[in-house]
Design a protein around this ligand. Structure first.
Ligand code: 13P
Length: 217
């Protein structure tokens, strides 16, 4: 497979991010997947390949109509990766994982409310939980795109979470942050119903974050 140095870098960055997900404990085994916008399509992780064994040539190039080389096997979640990148010109990278605390809340069908000002980094005053649909289906993709409207992260009922961003580094940073928020919210719920920040305060934080160099995406 011939490719430019830039494309090879991008493929290696995807593999590096996959390994980081497991090292950071935000994912288990082969259960996450990552995509990055590339030329007139996207680069996406292959299905069910352990991250330690993943090689750059196994990363799949997919055109915006979902087509790819027949010898390659994209992630079973390619549909929501593709649909998110189609629906969101502001997004260049999509990270999907099954982090424990996000998944605990998602199993309970709960969204993350504004328990901490850092929720503003995900674009609004909540991180929504998309309704359940079987993995890899068009229905799950539609739910995910809707839950991400005006947001950079969402939970997936009985499944996990998605974080998106302008770059892979930003999407990865947000994935870790969302798991931290889920853990904090889960901890608060052990004590009682936590007090919430107002929507106006989250909006103020959003404005300040862009001045602080924590611009969204
Ligand atoms: P893939 O190995 O096909 O990417 O799928 C794992 C997964 O997380 C399904 O939601």
């Amino acid at each position: 497979m011939s490719m430019t140095a830039d494309e090879l870098d991008r493929r290696q960055a995807i593999i590096g991010a996959c390994r980081r997900m497991n090292a950071l404990g935000i994912n288990q085994g082969t259960s996450g997947n990552i995509s990055v916008r590339h030329v007139d399509g996207l680069l996406i992780t292959p299905t069910s390949v352990p991250y330690d064994a993943m090689t750059p040539d196994q990363i799949v190039f997919m055109a915006m109509d979902g087509s790819h080389a027949p010898s390659q096997k994209p992630s079973s979640e390619w549909r929501f990766h593709l649909d998110i990148l189609k629906a969101r010109p502001d997004v260049n990278a999509v990270v999907h994982a099954h982090p424990t605390y996000c998944t605990i809340l998602a199993i309970m069908g709960m969204e993350i409310p504004p328990v901490h000002y850092m929720i503003a980094a995900a674009g609004g005053d909540s991180i929504r939980c998309a309704p359940y649909a079987t993995f890899g289906t068009m229905e799950l993709s539609e739910h995910a795109v809707r839950a991400l409207e005006g947001r950079l992260a969402c939970l997936l009922d009985h499944h996990g979470m998605i974080a998106v961003g302008k770059s892979l580094d930003k999407a990865m940073w947000l994935a870790v942050e969302v798991e931290t928020l889920a853990r904090q919210y889960h901890g608060c719920l052990q004590i009682g119903e936590p007090p919430l920040l107002s929507s106006a305060e989250i909006e103020r934080v959003r404005q300040r974050m862009s001045g602080y160099g924590m611009s969204e995406g």
